[in-house]
Write a protein that binds this ligand. Structure first.
Ligand code: SF4
Ligand code: SF4
Length: 323
């Protein structure tokens, strides 16, 4: 049987876990404005504290940047939600996607093998990073290739998303709540799912769905209260936070195509023919992104990376729940 750890041992194990998750450089970093007040409130309401951690970082970190001349923000104000480690949805995901898909317990135990934990002691913290109005406005005009702001948000915005993952996990670790950002685990991998083709060991969108943050559209994107033009992230932690209510029962509830039999606008926005009434052809989408948009981003913007997301803008679900 696993033993409980003393505070000193926990900090040591947490540091090891942080190193394994690539978090060490953030632990003990400079404080953020208002952190003391937020930390004080953590003792009473961890959900409020974590919500603050995410919002404050998005609002104040200089890394939330498109890294263009105007130093515009990559992301607008975020949404934050929580799901429980023992939510049956996580076992259902494993059942659907494949045995390689982690539950919160599995990635936590892989990261902290010496810690004793049960699924009900874990929480999954999820966030949505909405595209800015300027990025969406640029992208709406495009019909075949990505706008420069969109490519910048895909490259530099995702680098920031990784910093946010590290930041949230590190702050939790510092307060004795062992935490891991699954997408940053060295064990994270792409695998082949029998039912869904290529899939990963952890899905940020599915964690966000479990946390009440949105439902899936025809194009597989998550339609959130701030729309589908966004990226998301998550951290699994041993902490007690009440789950955010899920205001839906159907995983397609917010999509007009599934809920009302209308729309389908994302199909006509796709330059790769990857979207049909049958859904999202992941291979055609990936091929377009890797083969076409990589060259375009390099030749037109001098940027090394890719991005498409035309199905996320100039559609009814771009910035809100349309259904
Ligand atoms: S554009 Fe229309 S059909 Fe496509 S995901 Fe959005 S609501 Fe659904
Ligand atoms: S990301 Fe681009 S290629 Fe992929 S489905 Fe959306 S519009 Fe089509």
């Amino acid at each position: 049987m696993k033993r409980q750890f003393t505070r000193r041992e926990l900090l040591k194990v947490s540091a090891q876990g942080a190193a394994a998750a690539g978090l060490a450089r953030v632990v003990g970093g400079p404080g953020l404005s208002g952190m003391k007040a937020a930390e004080a409130s953590s003792k009473e309401d961890p959900g409020v504290w974590i919500d603050f951690l995410v919002r404050d970082f998005v609002l104040h970190s200089p890394q939330n940047s498109l890294q263009n001349a105007a130093k515009e923000r990559a992301w607008a104000d975020p949404l934050v939600g929580f799901s429980r480690g023992d939510d049956p949805l996580y076992l259902a995901y494993k059942d659907h996607v494949g045995p390689f898909h982690w539950t919160p317990l599995e990635i936590f135990q892989l990261t902290f093998p010496e810690l004793s934990v049960t699924p009900d002691q874990l929480a999954v913290i999820s966030w949505i990073l909405p595209q800015t109005e300027a990025t969406k406005a640029d992208h709406q005009k495009e019909t075949a290739y990505p706008s420069e702001r969109w490519v910048r948000s895909r490259i530099f915005g995702e680098e920031f998303n990784n910093e946010l993952r590290r930041h949230v996990a590190a702050r939790l670790l510092k307060e004795d709540f062992p935490a891991i950002a699954p997408a940053l685990s060295p064990l994270w991998k792409m695998k082949e799912s029998e039912r869904y083709g290529f899939a990963s060991t952890w899905s940020e969108r599915h964690a966000a769905y479990a946390a009440g943050l949105g439902t899936f559209g025809l194009c597989d994107g998550l339609i959130t209260p701030k729309g589908k033009a966004m990226r998301c992230g998550s951290v699994v932690a041993r902490i007690q936070v009440p789950a955010t209510p899920r205001p839906y029962e159907d995983h397609h509830a917010y999509c007009l195509f599934f809920s009302r039999g209308t729309c389908g606008k994302c199909m006509s926005r796709c330059p790769a023919g990857a979207l049909t009434k049958a859904g999202h052809d992941k291979l055609a989408c990936e091929k377009y992104m890797r083969q076409v948009t990589v060259d375009y981003a390099s030749s037109h913007f001098g940027l090394k990376g890719y991005g498409c997301g035309l199905c996320q803008t100039n559609v009814p679900c771009e910035s809100k729940i349309p259904a």
